[in-house]
Design a protein. Sequence first.
Length: 331
Amino acid sequence: MSRSEETPDELRRWGRGDLRRWFLLSGSRNRVAAVVVVAFLAVITVLRLAGVIAVTNPDSVTRSLSNFIGGNITLITIVISINQLIISREFGTPDEVRDRVSEVIDYREEVEEHAFGDKVSPTTPGEFLDFLTDVKRDRAVALRNSLDECSDEVRADVDRFVDSIVQQADLATETIEGNEYDSFDTLLTIMEIDYSDDIRTTRQIRRDHGDDLPDDALDELDELLELLEDAGVARKYFKTLYMQRELADLSKKLLYTGVPAIAAALISVWIYGQNVGPMLQTPFLEITIFLLTATAFLPITVLFAYVLRIATVTRGTASTVPFNVQSGSPL
């Protein structure tokens, strides 16, 4: 189904407020990790009460906890690798840095040229998205208003396309207004929209009806095509910025949770090294070991929560304008 034939409900496929979306995308990664830890605790508690597992064998328990220590130390090397990846993108000579800045400024000025009036685009991603959405809506409406002398067939095809653009822009504005600027949901809005079908439809309209469109409509169609291409660039650029920020947060939280996890695993091993026999039967000791084990498990859940969202965003935004490789639901 082309973008021009989609309904508002289908355009909301990323905007659903269901549990799956929360778990994969919109939910705080700290809360998702906490949910996984609580679920882990609940499972091992149920298994213990059912008599399926026991923590009375010091050898098996200490082996398991030793593996946690080794695994968490390995995570430290992952943190170092992530930080090297992030920092490497910031290195550059003054000329290279100047070129990057100039390219971004040129891109901002190119987007501003499509706006009606003398406007300067905002600097923050969320506000820039709001600006880009308004300009796209204005250009689509201007295209519709330039068709006074066209046939009903031409107007019908363009109206369907303009309606889809306006609906898309309205949904983006609704998402932005419902969240704080630069929250994840706001940044996700531009990453979720794939402009490949819009660009194809724009080119198709020009090919099918180019001879029937007045000069003003052709100019507006060209403006809209360039604007959609610029929006596709913004989609990729902001996704890159998001990935950098997300990886930086992941490395920081792996360090925050990794040190307590290693300490908890060591304490558990020492407890079992000192307490054998009847003392291991006490409920208090079992509860303590379960809590310490959950703490040792925490860095894995943090890594799981972040990689899950990064992988979901990457899969859902894998297309590169003007090609679309996305099939099925992005979630």
